[in-house]
Design a protein around this ligand. Structure first.
Ligand SMILES: [Zn+2]
Length: 68
């Protein structure tokens, strides 16, 4: 197994762990249940949060699962 494939395996495992944690809590994995996503380095301070597209701002895991 090469370095690259073990790295992507590690990333995949981390991602799967994150998904199952969020499923347990019923939260959208992309926004952690906040319902919006934030871009912290956006210089337009007033426009730096958006409804999360993955759950349409609901923050719920079931929405995320339906819409993915
Ligand atoms: Zn979301």
């Amino acid at each position: 197994m090469g370095l690259l494939s073990s790295f992507s395996q590690w990333r995949e495992t981390r991602y799967q762990n994150h998904i199952s944690n969020m499923r347990d809590q019923g939260k959208c994995p992309d926004c952690q249940g906040r319902g919006y996503t934030v871009y912290p380095y956006n210089e337009f301070a007033y426009f730096n949060s958006f409804d999360c597209p993955s759950c349409q701002g609901s923050g719920s895991f079931s929405y995320w699962e339906t819409l993915r």
